[in-house]
Write a protein that binds this ligand. Structure first.
Ligand SMILES: Cc1ncc(COP(=O)(O)O)c(C=O)c1O
Length: 367
């Protein structure tokens, strides 16, 4: 039996007719850039998240970069980001001309609010919490700190479409939130895609213009921007998939419950913040002999991942910031132990059991 980390083809086959019909309509109407399909998806995604505006952009990295630019964050400014995230979160800060300031993670793998205050300086303009692996960051604490220090909050919700904190979807807490529709994400396009959501009318208008060459008319440009648009084909595909997102999230939660039941007490299973709804983009456990466990899974035909093996402050890309080893001990310790098990809605209970048994047998044998 081969069990992949993610199986995009299985999902496609389960909704093939809807996808093919969506693609056909866009092609027949030549609605490739802007137009009805993009507008419909933006309206539906904003309603799903519970935000006033959604602006489709080229990808999740651009979504963060464009939001920072349009909020006036740039040279000389600092932006607080978690050290345990995909590079895009910090990269977008640099792209905007500002400096990423790293903060360690907590037991939930998200930014540790108790470490944020110490990272704030007179140059700090914003905090970007990441709802990593689909688990909401501690938004009450983050918003309390941000409000008391006059900082903006941009939620990086690239991995957390539909996740909830205090009965509200993530993406509705900060000034704006950004999403990625990279194919393997919980809501994934068939190529690159991203979006910004916000309740701020002026910011939404500016982002829409910035992402489209600062346009006010076809050849009338109020300012210089970039070309970063969600295209019609991706929007139509995303709109078709949006109808299934809650059912898929339910399935991800059921899979997580099976893993929890089988692996609790055997390895460190994911800790879940009380009162949240996890989107389980990834199911991440911690194992002492992680690399050997990964090899053992591979031998059994099971694919796994490591998200992420090197915390950002130790990446060559951030050598210029001068951080030493153990500057962020929690992130560094977990980076050596974390392993992501197969997680996608179409995974069967039998497959989940097979994966859990391999983990269990390996762990028992190495004790
Ligand atoms: C946490 C996080 N932020 C940002 C991004 C960037 O998204 P994209 O790949 O669409 O640029 C990703 C995903 O790739 C991500 O996982």
């Amino acid at each position: 039996m081969k069990i992949p980390l993610v199986d995009l083809k299985k999902q496609y086959l389960s909704i093939k007719e809807e996808i093919v019909a969506a693609i056909k309509s866009v092609i027949e109407e030549s609605a490739f850039i802007k137009g009805k399909y993009v507008e419909n998806f933006e309206k539906n995604f904003a309603a799903y998240i519970g935000a006033k505006h959604c602006i489709g952009v080229g990808n999740g990295t651009d979504a963060i970069f464009i939001t920072l630019k349009c909020l006036g964050v740039g040279a000389g400014d600092e932006v607080i980001v978690p050290v345990n995230t995909f590079i895009a979160t910090a990269e977008a800060v640099t792209l905007a001309g500002a400096t990423p300031i790293f903060v360690d993670c907590n037991e939930y793998y998200n930014i540790d609010p108790s470490e944020i205050e110490a990272a704030i300086t007179p140059r700090t303009k914003a905090i970007i919490p990441v709802h990593l692996y689909g688990q909401p960051a501690d938004m009450d604490e983050i918003m309390r700190i941000a409000n008391s220090r006059g900082l903006m909050v941009i939620e990086d919700a690239a991995q957390a479409h539909g996740a909830e904190y205090a009965d509200k979807k993530v993406g509705t807490f900060g000034t704006a939130a950004t999403f990625s529709f990279y194919p393997a994400k919980n809501l994934g396009a068939y190529g690159d895609g991203g979006a910004v959501v916000t309740n701020d009318d002026k910011l939404a208008e500016k982002i829409r213009m910035f992402a489209n060459h600062g346009r006010v008319g076809k050849y009338s440009h109020k300012f210089e921007g970039v070309n970063s648009r969600l295209d019609g084909l991706q929007a139509a595909i995303l709109d078709a998939k949006l109808k299934h997102i809650d059912e898929w999230m339910e399935k991800r939660n059921s899979i997580a419950r099976i893993y929890d039941d089988k692996l609790g007490g055997v390895v460190a299973i994911p800790k879940v913040l009380p009162g949240i709804r996890h989107a389980y983009h990834l199911y991440v456990i911690e194992a002492l002999e992680r690399d050997r466990l990964q090899a053992s899974l591979k031998e059994s035909g099971i694919e796994s991942g490591i998200h992420y093996p090197i915390p950002l402050h130790l990446q060559g890309a951030y050598a210029r910031l001068g951080h030493k080893r153990w500057a962020f001990p929690v992130a560094e310790r977990v980076a050596e132990r974390i392993i992501s098990l197969p997680m996608f809605p179409e995974l069967t209970a039998e497959e989940v059991s097979v994966v859990a048994d391999v983990v269990k047998n390996f762990t028992t044998a190495t004790k």
